[in-house]
Design a protein around this ligand. Structure first.
Ligand code: C5P
Length: 287
């Protein structure tokens, strides 16, 4: 039996550079792991893949990315035997936090360990990229600049540990919908990744916070104005930075201290319909 964490992520920057021939978008994004994580327990079984998830309504079959990750490893690595995967789900679903990718990444690592497959990180990332653009990042964790469709990674100086409040409005956003909406009406303002990378290399956290930005935020916000309300509320609660993660709809706030973050989480719980999590930025696995 193997127990393994799959961490959520936020995007500190997210830019779209163009539409590719394969239908994906060329992106450039600084991704950051959070301590908030799902816990996956993998147990060997004679054959087949079975799944249990403690969140009613979440598919526990072939549609689940963890199931697809296990099936891919079994096929590609010629695994003899099966696996039962139990997921304790804590990361909000369809929220822009890469929760499904976190579970797939944990499954890839878990299968590698459970069956002693000896696959390297690079090999696991290549497998992960076949089923989702965010999975290579989810395998590595920490602070990473990702390009291509998200699978080409450069590790950055770790962003400092900071309290984070997540506020997810009570609806889901589909990633393909967000990208299609971007194509239909691309915003003019783009985050300056080059300046962000200079700032993080120089350890200038204040500049990083100033330069954080997500080109999909105005796109998703146009359809869901509550995102703007959450952002304003996050700032009113003392956030240093508040923005949408990924294709949304979760709004995150970065805070200087845990007391202010805790009060902000309380405010969101009492005054909004959001699902609220108080967490923190987290370094790479094993650190
Ligand atoms: O790779 P993943 O399955 O997570 O992507 C989901 C969808 O998001 C893709 O089918 C595509 O519509 C969109 N996407 C994109 N460009 C990316 C990543 C995702 O267009 N770089």
């Amino acid at each position: 039996m193997v127990t393994i964490l799959g961490r959520a992520k936020i995007n500190l920057t997210l830019d779209i550079l163009g539409l590719r021939d394969d239908g994906y978008h060329e992106i450039a994004t600084v991704m950051q792991s959070l301590a908030l994580a799902d816990t996956l327990t993998l147990t060997r079984q004679e054959e087949g893949i079975t799944l249990t998830v403690d969140l009613p309504g979440l598919e526990a079959d072939e549609r689940n990315l963890a199931h697809r990750a296990a099936a891919l490893v079994m096929k590609e690595c010629g695994v003899r035997g099966g696996v039962h995967i139990d997921i304790a789900k804590r990361i909000p679903v369809a929220a822009g936090l890469a929760g499904g990718s976190a579970d797939a990444a944990a499954t890839l690592r878990g299968m590698n360990e459970l069956y002693g497959l000896g696959r390297s990180d690079a090999e696991l990332c290549a497998l992960g990229a076949q089923i989702g653009s965010d999975i290579p990042f989810s395998l590595m964790g920490g602070t990473i600049f990702a390009t291509g469709r998200g699978e080409i990674m450069r590790r950055l100086t770790d962003f400092p540990e900071m309290p984070v409040v997540l506020a997810k409005p009570p609806f889901a956003v589909s990633t393909p919908w967000a990208y299609r909406s971007y194509d239909a009406n691309p915003p003019e303002e783009h985050p300056d990744n080059a300046a962000f990378l200079d700032a993080i290399a120089a350890g200038d956290t204040a500049a990083c916070i100033r330069l954080a930005g997500n080109v999909l935020e105005p796109v998703t916000e146009a359809a869901h104005p509550v995102i703007g309300d959450y952002r304003a509320r996050m700032y009113a609660c003392g956030a240093l930075c508040a923005m949408m993660s990924g294709s949304g709809p979760t709004v995150f706030g970065l805070f200087a201290d845990v007391q202010t973050a805790r009060a902000a989480a309380e405010e969101f719980r009492s005054a909004t319909d959001a699902a609220v999590h108080l967490t923190q930025t987290a370094g790479r696995y094993g650190k």
